[in-house]
Design a binder for this molecule. Structure first.
Ligand code: IPM
Ligand code: MG
Length: 359
C-alpha cells in the first residue's frame, strides 16, 4: 500500500486548531479508504518559535521538508510580530525556494452557504483563480535609504520574467482546458503598468495560440472587481499576478460566502519539490484558542492535497463529505452565522466521510 509522508505546519493562531482538525479528518479518511496510508510529522515553526529563538524555522527548514510528499500549512502571523517578518520568515521562505509557482484558489458557493450577492446561488459562481506565486510584486526586491529622514526613499520593485510568466500562463491554460467551460480570463493592469503587464499580455497571446480550444478574455484588475461582483457567472478560470490575485481571491472568497471556507494549493507542478496546501483565512488571533475556527477551508485544502497526490477518488469523497457538512446549518461556525465549533464540524466531517464511502 502506498504511504505518503505529510509535513504538518500549523503555524500561528487558529492555524493550530484547523490543522489539527485537518490531520484528524485526513487520518479518518485514509482509514476508511484503505487504499493508502498517511504519515504525519508536525513542525512547530511560526511566530512562537521566532519569539523564543529569533527564527520562524530552522536554517535547514526547506531541506527538512524536501523528503515529504506534501505539506499541510495553517497560517502565519501574530499580533506582536511585524507581519512582513512572519510572511518572509515562513510562508514565502517555503514557497519561493520550493518553486511553488502556481497558487490555485478554487472558489464556489458550497451547499448551504449563501453569497452576499443578491440572487446569486450555487452554480452562478464557480471559479478557479491562478495566482503567480514566486515573483511579481512579491519578489522582495527593493530597499530603503535615508531611513527616518525627510528624504527617505523606499522602492518595491516588481519582477516579471518571461520564464515565470510563461509557465504560470501555460499552467492556467491547462487548468482552464480541463474545466468544462474552457474559459480563461487574463487579468492585468497593462494600461498603467506599461512594462511587466504588457509582457503578461504578450505572453498570454502567445500561449493562447497553443490552446486553440480555450476561450480567453482580458480584464484590467480594477474592472475585474466590478465583473466579479455584478456578473459572476461570466467567469471561470482566472489568471493574475501575485498581488492582483491576492486581492481578487479575498474578494472571491467573500462573494462565495466566507473566507473560512476558501482553500489554497501552492503547487510545484513539476514535482521537483513538495507542494503546500493551506486555508486562505490566516491566523485570526481575535478568535484563536476559542475552538470556533471554521476548519472547512483546511478540509477543502486537504482534498486538494489528496488530488495532487493522485488520490482523486479519495479527494472526491472528501469533497462530498465537506458539502454534506456545509449543507447542514447546525455545522456552521460563527463566521457563517452559526454556533458550531471546530470540534463539532470535525466530527460531522468524519461521519460524512463514512457516509461518502458507504455507497
Ligand atoms: C494570502 C495571504 C498572504 C498573502 C498574507 C498572509 C501575506 O493574504 O495567502 O493570500 O498576501 O499572500
Ligand atoms: Mg491574501
Amino acid at each position: 500500500m502506498k504511504t505518503y509522508a505529510i509535513a504538518a505546519i500549523p503555524g500561528d493562531g487558529i492555524g493550530k486548531e484547523v490543522v489539527s482538525a485537518g490531520v484528524e479528518v485526513l487520518q479518518a479518511l485514509a482509514e476508511v479508504d484503505q487504499g493508502f496510508k498517511l504519515e504525519f510529522d508536525h513542525f512547530d515553526w511560526g511566530s512562537d518559535r521566532y519569539k523564543a529563538s529569533g527564527s520562524f524555522m530552522p536554517a535547514d527548514g526547506v531541506d527538512q521538508l524536501k523528503r515529504y510528499d506534501a505539506i499541510l500549512f495553517g497560517a502565519v502571523g501574530a499580533p506582536d510580530v511585524p507581519d512582513n517578518l512572519s510572511l518572509w520568515g515562513l510562508r514565502l521562505a517555503i514557497c519561493q525556494p520550493m518553486d511553488q509557482y502556481a497558487n490555485v484558489r478554487p472558489t464556489r458557493i458550497l451547499p448551504g452557504i449563501r453569497s452576499p450577492l443578491a440572487g446569486v446561488k450555487a452554480g452562478d459562481l464557480d471559479w478557479v483563480i491562478v495566482r503567480e506565486n514566486t515573483e511579481g510584486e512579491y519578489s522582495g526586491q527593493g530597499g530603503r535609504t535615508h531611513r527616518g529622514l525627510p528624504e527617505e526613499v523606499a522602492t518595491e520593485t516588481s519582477i516579471f520574467t518571461r520564464a515565470g510568466v510563461t509557465r504560470i500562463m501555460r499552467f492556467a491554460f491547462r487548468l482552464a482546458q480541463s474545466r468544462p467551460r474552457k474559459l480563461l480570463t487574463v487579468v492585468t493592469k497593462s494600461n498603467a503598468q506599461r512594462n511587466g503587464m504588457v509582457l503578461w499580455d504578450e505572453i498570454a497571446r502567445a500561449v493562447a495560440a497553443e490552446f486553440p480550444d480555450v476561450t480567453t478574455d482580458k480584464m484590467l484588475v480594477d474592472a475585474m472587481t466590478v465583473r466579479m461582483t455584478l456578473n459572476p457567472k461570466s467567469l471561470d478560470t482566472i489568471v493574475a499576478t501575485n498581488l492582483h490575485a491576492d486581492i481578487l481571491s479575498d474578494l472571491a472568497a467573500a462573494l462565495a460566502g466566507s473566507i473560512g471556507i476558501a482553500p489554497t494549493a501552492n503547487l510545484n507542478p513539476e514535482r521537483t519539490f513538495p507542494s503546500m496546501f493551506e486555508p486562505i483565512h490566516g491566523s485570526a488571533f481575535d478568535i484563536a484558542g476559542m475552538g470556533i475556527a471554521n476548519p472547512v477551508g483546511t478540509f477543502w485544502s486537504a482534498a486538494m492535497l489528496l488530488e495532487h497526490l493522485g488520490e482523486g477518488s479519495a479527494a472526491a469523497r472528501l469533497m462530498q463529505a465537506i458539502e454534506r457538512v456545509t449543507a447542514d446549518p447546525a455545522c456552521h461556525t460563527p463566521d457563517l452565522g452559526g454556533k458550531a465549533t471546530t470540534r463539532s464540524v470535525t466530527e460531522a466531517a468524519i461521519a460524512a466521510i463514512r457516509v461518502a464511502y458507504s455507497h
